[in-house]
Structure formats: structure tokens, C-alpha cells
Unconditional design. Structure first.
Length: 263
């Protein structure tokens, strides 16, 4: 009877693993979840454009009205539309920066499906689009938010941007998965790993780390681990009470300004 019970448990566990393997991206990407919408209008400098990468059109926000100013290439997190980031685009505009916010395939009504490989392709296409439209690499500052920190690290590793800003970064999706599903063999079944810890030492440009100490989704110690592995110049801002989506207040913006001015 005991042996039979063990066999049944193992069979059930096997099927749970199979189900998680087949549906794992439903636990990573949430394009229709808009938890962070701020009820403010986008600034008039913002232009809605569509970056066309073969058969994929990526809805994007573009502002390049500031002469002789760097441009922030923004990679969003794993949930919601660009409209969730209106307050960030406005803050960059008000601070005197140009920007390009892209939405990945599968987000914001874009065709296609989000995967690690596909999102990297979208991000690199956006980087190349800037180069083809008059920007030099030494004018591009990559900004990654949450999952977008994995995207930013990958693109910074493959290119030579002026700087990299990471808001609420994680070490890897494997480690995040282990925290959420400690009973599963996450390392074996996970397809999209976003291994930031493996890549961070390869980044050559300066990095600004932003992380709230009260982040209850991605613990702040993951930023500490990444900083210890970083080989390039670093700056950091770790406010005591900020959670995963940080308060985009003047103190945070001052840290961004200081970082960019010192590049």
C-alpha cells in the first residue's frame, strides 16, 4: 500500500512537471495584465510609431525633440502595455531626454508570441533602428525594467551603449522560479532563463542599479549579487520603502541624471 501511494505521487508529480513545461510561459509573460496604469496623459512630444521587423510590427513610443541629448532605449517588464509606463516616458521627457519605448511581440496588440529569443530579437532590432536613424552608440542609454533588465543586459552585452540602467533586476529566471516553485525541477524544465548573473560581468559600459529595499517580488539581494559580479563602473540607488515598481520621484530622477552626466 505504501509503495502504491509512492508510485501514485510520483506519477502525479511527473504530470505536474509536464503541465508546467508545456504552459511555463503563461507564468512568465502577462501581456494583458495592466497593474501599473497611471492616469496621466502622455506628453505632446511623444510620437506613436511602429517598428517593422519582417512580419512583426512593434508598437513603440518615440521622442527625439531634444537636440544634442542622449536617448533612452526602454525595455519594459513582463506585464502590460506601454500605457503602464506613461509616467516614466513623461519623466524622461521632462528631464530633457529623448527616448524610444518598444513593446515586444505579443504585447500591446503586436502579433507574435513572447519568448526569450523573440524578445531579444525585438530589442536588438530597436537598437539597430536607432543606429539607422541618426543615433550613435555613445548616445544610447539602455533602461531595463524588471524582466526588461534581462533584455537590457543581453543587448548591452552584444553592443556598446553609453550606459545601462537596471530597475529591479534579478539574477536569473531560474532562481526566480525556484523561489516560486521550490518543488519543481525548474533548472531542467525552464526554456526562458534570462541568466543575468552569467552575463553581467561581460558588460563594459557603466551600470546604474535601481532597487527598492521593500521589493516583495524580486528581492533586493539579487541586485547585490549582480553588483558583486559586475566588472564595469557601478552606481546604485536603493530606497528603503520602494517596492518592485519603484517610486519615480525626484530623488530617483536625480540619480539617473547624475549617472548620465558622469558617463
Amino acid at each position: 500500500m505504501f509503495l502504491k501511494s509512492i508510485i501514485i505521487i510520483l506519477i502525479l508529480y511527473f504530470f505536474v512537471c509536464i503541465l508546467m513545461y508545456l504552459n511555463q510561459r503563461d507564468f512568465i509573460y502577462f501581456p494583458n495584465v495592466n497593474n501599473y496604469i497611471k492616469y496621466e496623459k502622455i506628453n505632446k512630444n511623444n510620437e506613436v510609431i511602429y517598428l517593422e521587423n519582417k512580419n512583426i510590427r512593434l508598437k513603440s513610443w518615440f521622442s527625439n525633440k531634444k537636440i544634442n541629448r542622449p536617448i533612452i532605449l526602454f525595455f519594459h517588464g513582463n506585464a502590460g502595455d506601454l500605457e503602464n509606463r506613461t509616467y516614466k516616458a513623461n519623466a524622461f521627457d521632462n528631464s530633457g531626454y529623448n527616448y524610444l519605448f518598444i513593446s515586444y511581440r505579443g504585447f500591446n496588440g503586436n502579433e507574435g508570441f513572447p519568448t526569450e529569443k523573440n524578445i531579444y530579437l525585438d530589442a536588438q532590432f530597436a537598437y539597430n533602428w536607432l543606429l539607422k536613424n541618426g543615433y550613435n552608440e555613445n548616445e544610447i542609454i539602455i533602461y531595463g525594467e524588471s524582466l526588461g533588465t534581462g533584455v537590457g543586459i543581453e543587448i548591452a552585452k552584444k553592443n556598446n551603449p553609453k550606459g545601462l540602467i537596471l530597475e529591479s533586476p534579478f539574477t536569473s529566471i531560474v532562481e526566480m522560479g525556484k523561489r516560486k516553485f521550490p518543488f519543481l525541477p525548474v533548472q531542467l524544465i525552464l526554456k526562458d532563463k534570462y541568466d543575468n548573473l552569467e552575463k553581467i560581468s561581460l558588460i563594459k559600459c557603466p551600470i546604474l542599479y535601481l532597487h527598492g529595499k521593500s521589493d516583495d517580488l524580486v528581492p533586493k539581494f539579487m541586485s547585490d549579487i549582480l553588483i558583486n559580479r559586475t566588472q564595469s563602473r557601478t552606481q546604485y540607488y536603493f530606497p528603503e520603502n520602494d517596492k518592485h515598481m519603484m517610486n519615480f520621484n525626484q530623488e530617483l530622477l536625480n540619480n539617473i541624471d547624475e549617472f548620465i552626466k558622469n558617463l
